[in-house]
Design a protein around this ligand. Structure first.
Ligand SMILES: [Zn+2]
Ligand SMILES: [Zn+2]
Length: 253
């Protein structure tokens, strides 16, 4: 069945990417705000007294950690350069107005989570290892979202997601988002919203994908797409985790 001017298989890949970016991005923001370091040890610690306490504290943490974020912008102090000028200006607007974290991109949020949320216990395997099926705590689901993005964005140009594969991936991604706090009803509503895939959504996602490509040092080649196609066949439980294992992104962040 075709969906407007797009094939149903292409529409499926757009629906998955839309769920990931439009619902996953605010979910990552919630995780970040819930897991920021405390500021009790500093002068003028935040008190959880105001309506916008968490956003206020994020801005506070960005001040406290500005030397680290400067390293991440310029690749100094033993850190890799992971922040572009545009992202850096979102954190520290030139105009001097307070930053608006609701404008932060998926990638920027993940970078902040990686560098600000911690430290973790000795058994923590790091943000680059693919989670095991049994690892279901929020930090592993954050990794799953990022891995899902890597696989999906590499695959999107081909846009060949058949019905059963779509259903499996949609269920998988929904489960991750729900574990991270998104309400099931919200996903249901979104499912209806993307029933018809419109040109704006396709353009929006193409732009996300372009930014993602720019961030990566080596763009995916045709061979990569071919491999992912093979992996996209209908899968047993746990298969998607193995997909993520083999597609694991070991690059920078
Ligand atoms: Zn305050
Ligand atoms: Zn604070």
């Amino acid at each position: 069945m075709a969906c407007g001017r797009y094939s149903e298989h292409y529409a499926n890949s757009v629906r998955l990417a839309a769920l990931l970016i439009k619902k996953g991005t605010p979910t990552l923001l919630s995780y970040l705000l819930d897991n920021l370091p405390r500021c009790d040890d500093y002068d003028n610690p935040c008190l959880p007294c105001t309506h916008e306490f968490r956003t206020h504290h994020l801005r506070h943490v960005l001040q406290l950690y500005s030397p680290l974020l400067k390293h991440l912008r310029f690749g100094t102090g033993g850190y890799q350069k992971v922040l572009g000028q545009q992202e850096y200006e979102q954190l520290y607007p030139l105009s001097g107005i307070p930053c608006n974290p609701h404008l932060f991109s998926f990638t920027l949020l993940f970078t902040l989570i990686r560098h600000l949320c911690g430290p973790r216990d000795a058994g923590w395997p790091g943000w680059d290892r693919a989670p095991l099926i049994t690892e279901k705590s929020p930090e592993y689901d954050v990794i799953r979202l990022r891995q899902f993005r890597d696989v999906l964005y590499s695959h999107l140009p081909r846009g060949d997601v058949r019905g059963p594969v779509f259903a499996k991936w949609w269920t998988y991604l929904s489960a991750v988002l729900i574990r991270l706090g998104l309400r099931e009803a919200e996903i249901e509503r979104f499912r209806l919203e993307v029933e018809v895939v419109d040109e704006d959504t396709v353009k929006f996602l193409a732009e996300m994908q372009r930014q993602y490509r720019e961030e990566r040092e080596t763009p995916a080649c045709e061979k990569d797409y071919a491999n992912i196609d093979v992996r996209l066949k209908p899968a047993e439980d746990g298969e998607i985790d193995r997909v993520f294992d083999s597609a694991r992104y070991t690059g920078r962040y």
